[in-house]
Design a protein around this ligand. Structure first.
Ligand SMILES: O=C(O)CNC(=O)[C@H](CS)NC(=O)CCC(=O)C(=O)O
Length: 283
């Protein structure tokens, strides 16, 4: 499965971000002919005030297809169908009363929604440099663990950004049949420099899955008018932990071919799942 990570530098305007996403997806599809394309976390609106986040968010159609699709949903579905690609729409704000979910949507090559995942672990953290984040002021945590078969041989496990610090989630995704992990992100530069690559490679190695991690890059304005920079370095890692594709700084894309055989070989030779002696409990 040829897979492309699209690295974007989003601002707070959803219409402008859609223009950028369209241009990057179109160029990447033309150049690399991927089967699967993934966007980063909150590519549709990064930074901005609470009002701007709500303005850029939308109510999603029900699982039964009931309810009107908003502009972001229609855009993602349309891009998947137009290019005949599976499109993982990074994440967007999903309205939910007076809060939002941070939600990933996956569309098949006909533009039909195949999976929906709401970020479970929220970033309420003060970084060592003293920057405070309170994602839960705006967002509500999801609760469902989501895997989705994308082809006869590949099944994706879904996670978002801060989730990568919680191995129990990835253990559960592997146990549910994932052989590839799709992780949109908006990592801070500070924590990214310290942890991004290490966490991603560890999750790939311990689950013996392909890791597809797609980050935002650039400078974004937060609620308080403070500048916030994100780390980029979107990458694809094989199930042995080797980085096989990477974007550095700035917008762009990178592509790699994901194969099930690599997963099967590694799991066959080092059957860690069968060697587990302790069960991991989530609270
Ligand atoms: O808030 C939005 O609109 C989009 N969401 C994000 O940017 C989220 C929550 S603030 N960022 C992270 O989870 C960074 C995690 C991170 O950097 C780490 O784990 O070190």
């Amino acid at each position: 499965m040829r897979t492309t990570v699209i690295q974007m530098a989003p601002g707070a305007s959803a219409p402008e971000n859609m223009q950028h996403a369209r241009a990057l997806i179109t160029a990447a599809v033309r150049a690399d002919r991927p089967d699967l394309v993934i966007l980063p976390e909150m590519w549709s609106c990064l930074g901005g005030t609470r009002d701007m986040k709500f303005a850029a968010a939308e109510t999603l159609p029900g699982p039964d297809g009931m309810g009107e699709a908003g502009p972001l949903y229609s855009f993602l579905s349309g891009m998947a169908r137009t290019h005949g690609i599976i499109l993982h729409g990074g994440s967007i704000g999903e309205r939910h009363g007076d809060r939002l979910f941070n939600t990933s949507l996956v569309f098949d090559a006909h533009g039909h929604e195949r999976a929906r995942y709401r970020k479970i672990h929220l970033f309420d953290v003060t970084t060592p440099g003293g920057e405070g984040y309170r994602e839960s002021d705006t967002y509500e945590p999801g609760s469902d663990i989501v895997t989705v078969p994308l082809s006869a041989s590949m099944t994706a496990g879904l996670a978002i950004c801060y989730d990568i610090r919680f191995p129990a989630l990835f253990h559960a995704l592997r146990a549910r049949g994932a052989n590839m992990l799709l992780v949109p992100a908006a990592f801070t530069v500070e924590t990214g420099l310290a942890h991004w690559e290490t966490l991603l490679r560890a999750r790939a190695i311990e689950t013996q899955c392909w890791m597809v991690a797609c980050g935002t890059t650039g400078t974004h304005m937060d609620e308080n008018g403070q500048k916030r920079r994100t780390y980029g370095h979107s990458m694809i890692i094989d199930p042995w932990g080797t980085i096989v594709a990477q974007v550095s700084d700035g917008p762009g894309w990178s592509t790699a071919r994901l194969e099930r055989d690599v997963v099967e070989t590694i799991r066959g030779r080092m059957p860690v799942m069968a060697h587990h002696r302790l069960s991991i409990h989530t609270p």
